[in-house]
Design a protein around this ligand. Sequence first.
Ligand SMILES: [Fe+2]
Length: 193
Amino acid sequence: MAYKEYTPKDYSQLKGLVGITDEQILAHLDLYKGYVRRVNSMLKTLQELDPGSQAWQEERRRLGWEFNGMRLHEVYFDQLMKGSGGASGKQKITSVLSPVFKNFDEWVKELKSAAVIPGIGWVAGYLDKLTGQMITVWVNEHDQGHLAGLQLVFILDVFEHAYGRYLPFTERKKYVEDYFENVNWDIVAQRLG
Ligand SMILES: [Fe+2]
């Protein structure tokens, strides 16, 4: 028995985004590929190690961090498009926002507010299919704070590497505003099911 290997998804079409430079995207994609490599390597190592050994336990413990690092980046890059778009997607999303949110803009405003919570991690918009309502959460790093069993609909990376540090893009608030200028709302709406 062997795990199937994960292949990095191709995001070479992501160029010329509003406010987010091609260099920034390329550096971010390199980082994403690192997560894919480490997930593949960890899954292989886990099969080779003695189950229950300390090394096996440590790898097993770390897997969720690396795997979510890979998958959340895919959700993040999947929903990007140059210049934003998706009027029908916005309409579909709006249909699940009431009565928690007055309208689409109020939901986006909440996501933006959550995106400047101090820390490194992600802002996630989930749909709870049991109640039909959208819930916004802060995900610390890649793995703490996810809502079990809910459908992940929207994600925003607010690790420092997403907006600053070694790149010319240093203001988190500006990055958040710019990110929303590049969202394909049709893709986001598809995740509602
Ligand atoms: Fe990232």
